[in-house]
Each structure stands twice: as structure tokens, then as C-alpha cells.
Design a protein around this ligand. Structure first.
Ligand SMILES: Cc1cc2nc3c(=O)[nH]c(=O)nc-3n(C[C@H](O)[C@H](O)[C@H](O)COP(=O)(O)OP(=O)(O)OC[C@H]3O[C@@H](n4cnc5c(N)ncnc54)[C@H](O)[C@@H]3O)c2cc1C
Length: 465
């Protein structure tokens, strides 16, 4: 179906991007064969580092002519195998397109290349008193291009939304080699179909994004973080619904079960207060008036205590705050460390259904005698569900994983939710897409893919069942 990358094609790639930006050595092919998805691996034939839209366009023309698949890649921090080149061919890395081109305080916009690391963007705009809210826990490693392609979210989605809510302009290269520019530094824009939002979350299957204009907010002046331990995980889940019902909108409400906290402690060699608690909430409140933030803090504290919280620990200084968030952000790695074979789901439900979701998941774990650890963005209904193999025999584990996925998806869908909130369908969830979308929607999506990529050279093997 696809052709192999020949030495002539490698030479043609070198002519486009320069000798130093093409790699075929074993070390590179190994490094770019995987992302952060457990157990998924496929080696590319060549890795190409691009620096401009024009280079991407030339590579697309070459790949179309020669029928070579292209897999775009940011930092390879994805959790659904989106950057894994399932059919070999070219991995097209944007890591050298890492310039913040302009911070525009008058229009509250920033223009970046796709390879900018999300945390670097945060620091750059915050130094100017500005704020880019989307904050995936992987922010010190992942790229803005990867965030756009996955529609990434993060803890602050409760109050501030996800990546999709900040993208005002995109430059993208289509598989035909055409370069398109959508939107601009515009808060309003209804000119034609919304191609920006079509590309956001398209998981690198429609186009390669080469420049991005993002909306910024003024940086909130006051912030406080609360760590709240509970003896009963259900009480923590119930608290989330009650905070929202009280008309308080925290910037984050993160949920962490005891096993996830303990795993983070072991990885970091640090302790978290009340680590014997069944679950913790990590709540962040922010605003521009100290009195308003304090009033919300009082009210939230009371709701937590009314639900049986053991304590409400307040972190006002950066050091204490960073310690709490370090533990939260280490959980994915810590669970991998704990049980190298593990399986993560990323389901999302209407937030009021969080207690029912967690109850159902505990029941699934009990029925299959498997350890399932839950943590994640309880405030927006997005829970990461981690099944750990532990000492289970490997054969039994491999047979169990698809059964677990199906049962967790069925539960989620029955609660009005869906199968992924932020990690994407990618390679790992595509067989389950028909559980979540009806045939007419999948047919529409296939039609769109066909229109963008008639020769199926862009990121084949992703999204579609
Ligand atoms: C520890 C950990 C914590 C995480 N926490 C979160 C979280 O809180 N929230 C969240 O949403 N995700 C989270 N993730 C998942 C992941 O970090 C995000 O999906 C992130 O957006 C991936 O960015 P990346 O640069 O690593 O992309 P990659 O993994 O390199 O690529 C992801 C997808 O984007 C495509 N792509 C990359 N760049 C482009 C481009 N320029 N144009 C077109 N397509 C492109 C790729 O083809 C692929 O399909 C976490 C991952 C880890 C390992």
C-alpha cells in the first residue's frame, strides 16, 4: 500500500531541509518509535526536523508522489499513540520550530511556532502579566502543536476551558502541499466554516500546523491552593458536585486517590500531608480581588468539612504550592513506575456524574480483581482511570485490558459521557469509536479525511476504526 523510503528519497529530504535535519540512524529511529503510550511501538524509516511551512509543503509533495506515510510529532508526550508511525515512513518533527514569535499585549494575543513547549509559553507570557490558561500536566514537555492536535486540556479547564477556547489563528499545511491561513488576531470571526476548530483535536490526521495565534487573558492577581484529605473517596467525589452547585467556580478541582498519592511519593521521594487519606482534592481558587478569593476559600473550606474532610490545608506561597502540584503532575509517571504494565483510560462525564462514575469503576475493579487507581480533573468530569497489572500473569492481563476498556466505556456512555476527554482516540481507542459515535458521524468524518488527504499519507492508522 505504501512505498519504502529509498536512499533517493532520503537524499530528496536532505535537499529540502538540509543534511543535519534528516536522521536515519538507529538511535533516532528508536527514539521516534514511541510516545508515552504504554506498549505501543513502531519504527519510522526516517526522521525529519522541519523549520518552516514551506519545508513541510515540499515534504508533502514528495510523500504524495512517492506514497510515503508522514506522522507529525511534537514532543511525543501523547497518551494515545498519535505520534507513533504505525506504517513506518517519515516522522515529521516540529521540535526545531520552537520560537515564540510575538507577544502582543494590546491585542492580548501571542503568535508561536508549533514546537514551543507549553510551560515555556506560560512563563514567557506570565513575565508580561499575561495568562495562557490551558495547563496539561505534561506542560514542561509537550508542545503547543501537540496540544492543538489533541485539543489538550488540563486542571484549569474547570474555569478556563481547554486549548480549543484559545486558538484564534492557524497556519497549516495540507497533504496537497497547500498552505492555508485561518483566522488571525481576531476575537470574533464567522467567515466561512470554522476550519480552526476542525483542525483542533484532529490528531495530526488532516494537516500539519505550522503557526498558531492564541488568545491571552490578564494574569489573575491572587491565587490560593487547598489540599483537602478525605477518609472516604466517595465523600471527596460528592464535594466536587456541591462546590459547583454552590455557584463557586474554582480554577481547578483535582481528585487523587490514595494509591496515586503514594505512588507519587515513592517516585519523588517526598511526602504529601495526610498520605493515609483515602483521597485528596487539590483545589485552586484565583481572582483579581483578595477579598473575593478569600470569601470563596472560606465557602469551599466549609463545604469540604461538611463532607467529612479531615483538614483543609492552605498553600499561599509558591514553594508549598509547587510541592503539591509536583505530586499531582508526577502521578502518570509514578503509576508507570509502580507497574510498568498498566492501562490508562481518560473518560469524561457530566461533572455531577463523577460520584456515580467512581462507584461504577470500583465495582468493575472488584469484579475483575484488578487494582484500578483513579485521579484527574474531577472539576470538569474528566477522570483518568488506571488499571495496574501488578502480579497478574501477562496472558491474563492482555485478555483483561479490552474487557476493562469496554466496561468502563459502557459505564461512561450510560452516564452521558464519552470515551476520551483529552488524550484522543489515536491508535489505541480507534476500535471503540463506534461505541461513542453513530455510523453517520463516522461516515462524515471519513469524508472530511478523504477531502484533506485523498492518498491517506497523513498519520494513517489513527482515529478511524
Ligand atoms: C505525564 C503526562 C501527563 C499528561 N497530562 C495531560 C493533561 O493534563 N491534559 C492533556 O490534555 N493531556 C495530557 N497528557 C497527554 C499529552 O501530553 C498531550 O496530548 C499533549 O498535547 C501532547 O503534546 P506533544 O507535543 O507531546 O504531542 P505528540 O505526542 O508529539 O503528538 C500528539 C498528536 O499531535 C499530532 N501533532 C503534533 N504536532 C502537530 C502539528 N504541529 N500539526 C499537526 N499535528 C501535530 C501528532 O501527530 C499526534 O497525533 C499527558 C501526558 C503525559 C505523559
Amino acid at each position: 500500500m505504501y512505498h519504502k523510503v529509498t536512499p533517493q528519497i532520503v537524499d530528496a529530504l536532505r535537499a529540502i531541509v538540509g543534511e543535519q535535519n534528516v536522521r536515519t540512524d538507529g538511535e533516532a529511529l528508536e527514539k521516534y518509535a514511541h510516545d508515552e503510550t504504554v506498549g505501543l511501538w513502531a519504527q519510522p524509516e526516517v526522521v525529519v526536523f522541519v523549520r518552516s511551512a514551506q519545508e513541510v509543503a515540499e515534504i508533502f509533495r514528495l510523500a504524495t508522489r512517492e506514497r510515503i506515510p508522514i506522522t507529525p510529532r511534537g514532543a511525543g508526550y501523547g497518551l494515545s499513540g498519535g505520534a507513533v508511525p504505525l506504517f513506518g515512513g517519515i516522522v515529521l518533527s516540529t521540535e526545531k520550530m520552537n520560537r515564540i514569535l510575538e507577544i502582543d499585549p494590546q491585542n492580548l494575543m501571542v503568535t508561536v511556532e508549533p514546537g514551543v513547549i507549553t510551560g515555556d509559553l506560560h512563563r514567557a507570557v506570565e513575565a508580561e502579566g499575561l495568562f495562557y490558561p490551558p495547563d496539561p500536566a505534561s506542560l514542561d514537555s509537550c508542545t503547543i502543536g501537540g496540544n492543538i492536535a489533541e485539543g489538550a486540556g488540563g486542571p484549569r479547564a474547570v474555569k478556563y476551558g481547554t486549548t480549543k477556547d484559545y486558538v484564534c489563528g492557524l497556519e497549516a499545511v495540507l497533504p496537497s502541499g497547500d498552505i492555508i491561513t485561518c483566522g488571525g488576531k481576531l476575537v470574533k470571526n464567522v467567515t466561512g466554516y470554522n476550519l480552526i476548530q476542525l483542525l483542533v483535536g484532529s490528531e495530526g490526521t488532516l494537516a500539519v500546523v505550522t503557526q498558531i495565534i492564541l488568545r491571552l487573558l490578564p494574569l489573575p492577581k491572587f491565587r490560593v491552593d487547598l489540599l483537602v484529605p478525605y477518609d472516604d473517596f466517595q465523600a471527596a467525589a460528592d464535594t466536587v458536585s456541591d462546590i459547583i452547585a454552590a455557584r463557586i467556580l474554582p480554577a481547578t478541582i483535582e481528585f487523587m486517590e490514595q494509591d496515586s498519592i503514594r505512588a507519587a511519593e515513592r517516585l519523588l521521594q517526598k511526602t504529601v500531608p495526610y498520605d493515609d487519606a483515602a483521597a485528596h482534592l487539590l483545589i485552586q481558587l484565583d481572582g483579581n480581588r483578595q477579598e473575593a478569593v478569600d470569601a470563596d476559600m472560606e465557602a469551599v473550606g466549609e463545604i469540604c468539612l461538611a463532607h467529612g474532610a479531615r483538614d483543609v490545608l492552605v498553600a499561599k506561597d509558591t514553594r508549598t504550592r509547587d510541592r503539591l502540584w509536583e505530586a499531582r503532575r508526577a502521578i502518570v509517571d509514578a503509576l508507570k513506575h509502580e507497574s510498568p504494565m498498566n492501562h490508562m483510560e481518560d473518560v469524561v462525564v457530566p461533572r455531577a456524574e463523577i460520584p456515580a462514575l467512581l462507584r461504577g469503576i470500583k465495582e468493575i475493579a472488584r469484579r475483575h480483581s484488578v487494582r484500578i487507581v483513579c485521579f484527574g480533573h474531577a472539576g470538569d468530569g474528566n477522570v483518568h482511570v488506571n488499571a495496574l497489572k501488578d502480579a497478574m500473569p501477562e496472558g491474563e492481563w492482555h485478555a483483561l485490558v479490552p474487557v476493562l476498556s469496554e466496561e468502563i466505556y459502557r459505564l461512561t456512555l450510560s452516564l452521558g459521557g464519552t470515551i476520551t476527554g483529552e488524550h484522543g482516540i489515536g491508535a489505541t481507542r480507534r476500535r471503540y469509536l463506534p461505541m461513542a459515535l453513530d455510523p453517520a458521524q463516522i461516515a462524515l468524518m471519513r469524508g472530511i479525511k478523504e477531502l484533506f488527504d485523498p492518498y491517506h499519507i497523513l498519520n494513517p492508522g489513527k482515529i478511524f476504526p
